[in-house]
Design a protein around this ligand. Sequence first.
Ligand SMILES: Cc1ncc(COP(=O)(O)O)c(C=O)c1O
Length: 482
Amino acid sequence: MSDHSNDSDAEATIYDQASWRDSDRYEPLLSEKNSREVDVETPLPDDLTRDSLELPAVSEPELARHYTRLSQMNYGVESGPFPLGSCTMKYNPKFTEDLAALPAVSVHPDRSAETIQGTLGVYVKLSEYLASIGGMDSVTLQPPAGAAGEYTGVLIAKAYHEHNGDKRTEIIVPDSAHGTNFASAALAGFDVVELPSGEDGRVDLDALSAAISDETALLMLTNPNTLGLFEREIEEIAEMVHEAGGLLYYDGANLNALLGQARPGDMGFDIMHYNVHKTFATPHGGGGPGAGPVGVVEELAEFLPAPRVREGSDGYELFEPAHSIGKVHGFQGNWLVLIKACAYIARLGDEGLTDASAKAVLNANYLAEQIEYEVPFGPFHHEFVASAGEQDAADVAKRMLDYGVHPPTTKWPEIVSEALMTEPTEIENKRTLDQLAAAFNAVAGEAGETLDTAPQRTSAGRIDQVSAARNPRLSWQALDEE
Ligand SMILES: Cc1ncc(COP(=O)(O)O)c(C=O)c1O
């Protein structure tokens, strides 16, 4: 740690294309190292093809070094701690990859149900595992991400109300919720009613009562919420929503805090999604190629996406629920992601899952005790939100990279000023948590240029985030054309 802090007066390396290419942090493209023109022969029409193509010409060792260098410029959960709050960046055990790579598991999605009975059996098994973990009655594995699960859940709520001849127009979402909750509600055509959090960071029953009306289709809640706080009044909340004829949606992003301890279904939730990448150690999907299964109570099962799988008299078969909202993804979802979640749940079992959750909570509480930043709300479960105080949370995050760790999520939820939303997960041991705390505390004592110009020691320096988001240059050619 002390060698790193000696760098604090090093010159800022603000990322720009020209200086980056000249720096020793730049790894040239393979075609920049060496390339040659290759004649192209193809049966395609001339106007669709070129005569020659420039292709990289490098030796195997050069190729191996290129990719190794690129991998070293990256940071992942296999490089070090990754306490990105709300994202639950768990390590994905390799045995699940081995399993997903088995030829018998990779079946073509177009095969008929009779020829993939084993696969459909695993599909049903995973649905049952998830239903039992969440306290739900039926589960679809189709949605390809948590956010897609939310959208599916909102469509189910909409179909349910419409089926009952009840045209409800509003969805209530707390101000601490993830942006996708607001987006899912709006995308499905609802008006979003934002619920201000109470002084303790939880749902304020008076504010909720004022927000609920006979227009309320759904209340979307994360529990524990994004501050890591358990909604202690969840039973009263459920009663209020149900009495008004609304439904209650559980955003499963924080389910890692509750495994084996409490179930959304028992708290009164009617619909929930599971982020299998957060809770069951599958790769994160980047918004799509993951999985976000959705569970519902019995009354809503008829509205689940089609096709569903069930065990009939001749084995497993596909069927369409009576009032299905239709398809939300191709086939049965991203099967190879789902099988990893299934393997993870089966390997850990009830005891292992309960233990994982307890350790996630213990780790968050241990880490919060070690850091100098204030944590305004508690008691929290698997994550906490510290405040960077007078420092800019984004500067803190960038500087933490210089200390060799991944920073927490920043500036969200907005009810904590300069938020550092931190979730170490159960995978870290005490030594790593101490390393993380040391990085937090080193940054807590810094100010000025050191913070303003960080990071210094990463492969890319300080990135102009606004331009990167508003004017993304998505190809190497686009960079070259400037
Ligand atoms: C609280 C919460 N809800 C929903 C989501 C969306 O999940 P996904 O990334 O799987 O689409 C996230 C993602 O980080 C989240 O933190």
